[in-house]
Design a binder for this molecule. Structure first.
Ligand SMILES: NC(=O)c1ccc[n+]([C@@H]2O[C@H](COP(=O)([O-])OP(=O)(O)OC[C@H]3O[C@@H](n4cnc5c(N)ncnc54)[C@H](O)[C@@H]3O)[C@@H](O)[C@H]2O)c1
Length: 248
């Protein structure tokens, strides 16, 4: 695979970190976009120790102007962007009748607006730099199986992830004629540090036909496919990776 620059939002930790390390291990240059400087630095240091190439860019994707500044910083450092993985997301749980305005604002700002902002600035870059190649850029959005299945334990989160699935389709339809491939992945529970800390994995494991939560690498490998040269004909499609939970 020739030198690609992969932008990963939420790349400092959890699933995004696993993606960052995996892309870097296969020779891609990784640009981590995150609000957490300490974890971002740790992840970049790990990648560099393992011989990979990465840098981090601190900023808040809930702001469109900040998203544009982040992109400009990445282009200034690495010259181009080939792939965007929108992995940043928040998922604090609230009982369905207790979701307050501030809860909605946080979930919508990060999960929906942040995903939109980064897609918008990166797609503009893809359009401006299009070379007429067969594929002029790829985007992978991290949704959740909760977009497709009732999730009363975290209804506002599930609604934002349904919005991510919708945005994936709208962007894909709008830019298919420009040969930009925009897809999503919809995981069930992933054993990330954050998910472990929030304590809901035992409940998800019990509901999983495979009897376990996903490891970050299980989901990363699907993202790698969607973001890679072997994906030539999928666009607008959100792939459910739930260990059978969607059917259970
Ligand atoms: N862990 C699970 O069980 C699970 C299941 C399905 C889907 N997901 C989705 O996977 C993604 C990653 O989840 P995770 O468990 O790795 O979480 P995580 O908390 O480990 O990682 C999320 C990262 O996003 C960053 N971030 C948060 N707000 C940001 C902002 N405004 N701007 C920039 N960066 C920001 C955080 O600093 C963090 O590094 C999320 O979108 C989540 O909704 C997770």
């Amino acid at each position: 695979m020739s030198e690609r620059v992969i932008v990963i939002t939420g790349g400092a930790s959890g699933l995004g970190k696993c993606c960052a390390k995996t892309f870097a291990a296969q020779g891609d240059t990784v640009a981590i976009v995150d609000i957490n400087p300490q974890l971002s630095q740790q992840t970049v240091e790990e990648i560099e120790r393992e011989g990979g190439k990465a840098a981090f860019f601190i900023g808040d994707i809930t702001s469109k102007s900040a998203s544009l500044e982040l992109l400009n910083g990445i282009i200034e450092k690495f010259g181009d962007v080939s792939v965007l993985v929108n992995c940043a997301g928040v998922y604090p749980r609230k009982p369905i009748l207790e979701i307050e305005d501030a809860d909605w604002e946080l979930e919508c700002a990060v999960n929906i607006r942040g995903t939109y902002n980064m897609m918008a600035v990166v797609v503009k870059h893809f359009l401006a730099t299009s070379t007429g190649a067969d594929v002029n850029g790829r985007i992978v959005n991290v949704a959740s199986v909760d977009a497709f299945k009732a999730h009363p334990q975290n209804a506002h989160y599930a609604a934002t992830k349904a919005a991510v699935v919708s945005l994936t389709k709208s962007f894909a339809a709008e830019f298919a004629s420009s040969q930009i491939l925009i897809n999503g992945v919809a995981p069930a529970g992933i054993a990330t540090d954050r998910a472990k800390e929030l304590g809901f994995l035992p409940e998800l494991t019990a509901a999983s036909p495979l009897g376990r939560a996903a490891e970050p690498q299980d989901i990363t490998d699907v993202i790698i496919f969607l973001a890679g040269d072997k994906n030539r004909y999928m666009t607008g499609e959100t792939t459910i990776v739930s260990g059978g939970y969607i059917y259970a």
